[in-house]
Design a protein around this ligand. Structure first.
Ligand code: SF4
Length: 386
């Protein structure tokens, strides 16, 4: 996927709107494109096998219909939308799919996905929800099982060298994404949140080398910008799970806010943690995916005896991001039936209060029909903190 110099963002927009355009081409050429959901799937393993990891997304504009005839409606609307698109054939170009042990919406629906969709390959990556040495040992064995399943699919061994190279490429990808966030530190930011959502979303639909090349082109194009596409306004942190459609961010930006940072699964949660290099690659992957991704699905032992201490320990990254990117306020955006994030709302709100960052909590159902209704509340919030 090549953007002509000077217009890479319009290429990004095309691939964002026609999501999976490049992956479909590659699938039709006989390449093995492996779909995945959630930040807990070790992409390096898929790349090392010579396959293409493809982040599946939902579509807030597409009513969930066929999917709901097969999947219970108490599954979160994000998963229901991804599943609905899948049963309608949007992702028929995939050779397989991987679902991790993240939240109940994924774990409990795995059998329905694997029964309803006729992909030749399906794998469930069992990631422990408790962080300690024995769970790491268990997870390393799980990673070996994942490795073997991919080896069976492609008919060749995945060597440690393959893994080391894949780790290098994915770390490079994360560095480039982080460099993109640097442009958001300007006031107003040199890149809008809407653009960042599109770039990162499209980046996760491409083979890693193409994704790296795309990020390089975007970095050059934004670096040459003389003027921000936004006007100065309250700087906003978006806190939540997977926001892979830009409408929420767009509403904030059209209402005069600047989205400058996030904690999202398709944002910092996924792109900021690195895999360590120099040690056994499987162990290094184990540590990254089990310990470094800060998601409420993971249980971390309290380290202090106080609520304030534990809250800082649990949510310290939010405070650090708010400080680094000079956020004036946060929007805590949670999907209905998303239990991991839903259960944490009171504790997150208390943490925001403790760091003096005003927060607006919104619950939504992953639908273009409802997201517009949030505008009035977002405008009122921006006025209040502006
Ligand atoms: S939004 Fe929540 S419930 Fe849905 S997949 Fe993500 S973590 Fe799970």
């Amino acid at each position: 996927m090549n953007g002509t110099a000077g217009n890479v963002l319009s290429t990004v927009e095309r691939h964002y709107k026609d999501y999976g355009l490049r992956a479909k081409e590659l699938g039709n050429e006989g390449k093995k494109v492996i779909g995945y959901i959630c930040s807990f799937v070790p992409l390096e393993m898929i790349t090392a096998a010579g396959c293409i990891p493809f982040r599946m997304r939902g579509d807030i504009h597409e009513p969930i219909t066929k999917g709901d005839t097969l999947l219970e409606t108490i599954v979160c609307p994000f998963i229901r939308s991804c599943f609905d698109l899948s049963v309608k054939g949007t992702y028929d170009f995939l050779s397989g799919m991987v679902i991790p042990h993240a939240c109940d919406s994924m774990v409990r629906s795995y059998s329905v996905w694997s029964y309803s969709l006729k992909f030749p390959y399906f794998h469930f990556v069992n990631i422990p929800t408790v962080c300690n040495e024995s769970s790491l040992e268990f997870f390393n064995a799980e990673l070996d099982t994942f490795r073997k399943s991919l080896e069976d699919l492609v008919g060749k061994k995945i060597t440690d060298d393959d893994l080391v190279e894949a780790i290098r490429l994915h770390n490079e990808n994360r560095d480039k994404a982080r460099a993109l966030y640097e442009f958001r530190k300007e006031d107003p930011p040199l890149i809008s949140g809407t653009e960042v959502t599109m770039v990162l979303t499209v980046g996760s639909s491409l083979p890693i080398l193409e994704s790296n090349a795309l990020f390089d082109e975007v970095l050059i194009e934004i670096g040459q910008r003389k003027k921000s596409p936004l006007t100065k306004g309250p700087r906003i942190l978006i806190d939540g799970a997977c926001v892979d459609n830009f409408e929420l961010v767009k509403i904030v930006e059209e209402s005069g806010g600047n989205v400058v940072i996030d904690t999202l699964c398709n944002g910092t949660r996924d792109y900021f943690p690195h895999t360590d290099v120099g040690e056994d690659p499987v162990k290094a992957l184990g540590r990254r995916y089990m310990e470094k991704i800060n998601c409420p699905k993971t249980y971390r032992k309290n380290k202090t005896d106080t609520f304030e201490g534990d809250s800082t320990d649990r949510f310290g990254d939010i405070g650090a991001y708010a400080k680094e990117f000079k956020a004036d306020g946060a929007i805590l955006y949670v999907y209905k039936y998303c239990d991991p994030f839903g259960f944490e709302v009171p504790a997150r709100k208390a943490y925001y209060e403790s760091i003096n960052v005003p927060v607006l909590h919104l619950e939504d159902v992953y639908s273009a029909g409802t997201i517009g209704q949030l505008k009035t509340r977002i405008q009122a919030f921006l006025e209040m903190i502006g």
